[in-house]
Design a protein around this ligand. Structure first.
Ligand SMILES: CNc1nc2cc3c(=O)[nH]c(N)nc3c(CCN)c2[nH]1
Length: 373
């Protein structure tokens, strides 16, 4: 690997950072939003469209790909980039979160987690070492440690146990990952909604000198205020010269407020999942195309957008597609939503560069509040 992994902070506005991650497969402009490509596909999108809306990196999932088509098979076929025809960076989640939220009959021990596939019930086990091995077979550029995400609300003792286990697993993942200059392994801060545990987790992970840090254990049902409070507590404990990735977040409002607290990377199924359910994200807020009020509306979603899905199709047509459950409905709305999310990130990056993040954020939020005429 010629080029090693590097992160540079180019501008700071308050606690918001504009940066760039440089990797052999390309650069990642931060703050960045990663479209979720769970099974090696960003559902209903061609990869050149995903690139076309401005995504620099997508997310893949160890859990899904190990079950189907299998990590060794993807490796035999040249790795995930070759398999899915996405030549740019890919971040893969480690599988722990997905095991706990999707699989059946799972058993968690110090060694790792054993579980049965939600697809065919076959038995599997996932240790920190196996998770890193699978992410290597996928040829993932940014690999996540195996962790245990505690569902909230939870007792402090339970949160503490999972946080400490995740720290031990971070050490094992660091050892298993070894020294791969062109790739990165990120640690994941746990600690639930408990300030002291969050600080302990962040400090212990920082001491491991990893290339990047995720804030996990959030967006699991807690109020936004609690999530933001945990960011206020956690971000200052993480190295300022390393990327910070808030896992599973979020709505456009979550993203604005989290960038303001020092987060650099996001992933969320919302834009893609909402697109498949008839929901459009626009600069004037959300539009539910299932609603009959759109049946005769000749206007596009956003005449000023540079995305054809937002500019060239009437709401009436989109309403028709959604009501008729036509595949094109999900395709156009997903395309619109990912385009809107990437435009939001582009606005955020530009605003931080010009020191106008707070004002621009207020303008963007007012656009949503004005609502869709
Ligand atoms: C939707 N909310 C949400 N919270 C998460 C926390 C973790 C978390 O604490 N750990 C890991 N490994 N993944 C998480 C994910 C999956 C991110 N694609 C989360 N998603």
């Amino acid at each position: 690997m010629a080029k090693p992994f590097s992160f540079k902070v180019l501008a700071i506005d308050g606690k918001a950072r504009r940066g760039v991650i440089d990797m052999p497969r390309g650069e990642i402009r931060t703050p960045a939003f990663m479209p979720v490509g769970t099974g090696g596909t960003v559902k209903t999108m061609y990869m050149d469209q995903v690139r076309g809306v401005g995504a620099d990196i997508i997310l893949g999932n160890t859990y899904h790909l190990m079950l189907r088509p299998g990590a060794e098979r993807v490796a035999r076929l040249g790795g995930l980039h070759e398999f899915a025809r996405w030549p740019h960076p890919i971040l893969t989640d480690s599988g722990g979160f997905q095991v706990m939220s999707l699989s059946k009959l799972r058993k968690l021990t110090e060694k790792g987690v054993t579980f049965r596939s939600h697809i065919d019930g076959a038995p599997y086990e996932m240790s920190p070492e196996r998770s890193i091995e699978i992410q290597g077979l996928l040829d993932s550029d940014i690999q996540m440690q195996l962790d245990e995400c505690t569902a909230l609300p939870a007792e402090m003792k339970e949160i503490e146990r999972a946080m400490e286990l995740s720290l031990r697993w971070a050490e094992r993942c660091k050892t298993a990952f070894g020294d791969q200059p062109g790739k990165a392994m990120f640690g994941i801060v746990q600690g639930g909604d408990n300030a002291a545990l969050r600080v302990r987790s962040a400090q212990a992970l920082s001491a491991m000198g990893l290339k990047g840090y995720a804030v996990g254990g959030l967006a699991v049902g807690e109020p936004q205020a609690v999530m933001l409070e945990m960011l206020d507590i956690t971000c200052p404990e993480l190295p300022a010269d390393k990327p910070r990735y808030l896992m599973g977040v979020g709505t456009p409002d979550d993203i604005l407020k989290s960038v303001a607290r020092g987060i650099d990377m996001f992933d969320c199924v919302m834009p893609t999942r909402a697109g498949r359910h008839g929901l459009a994200y626009t600069r004037r807020g959300k539009v539910n195309l299932r609603n009959a009020r759109h049946a005769d509306d000749p206007r596009p979603l956003d005449e000023e957008s540079d995305c054809p899905a937002a500019r060239d199709y009437s709401r009436a047509y989109l309403h028709h597609l959604v009501r008729s459950q036509e595949a094109l409905g999900a395709m156009l709305l997903t395309w619109n939503n990912l385009s809107y999310y990437q435009k939001l990130m582009q606005d955020i990056r530009a605003a931080i560069e010009t020191g106008s993040f707070e004002a621009r954020g207020a303008e963007i939020s007012e656009g949503w509040a004005r609502g869709d005429i």
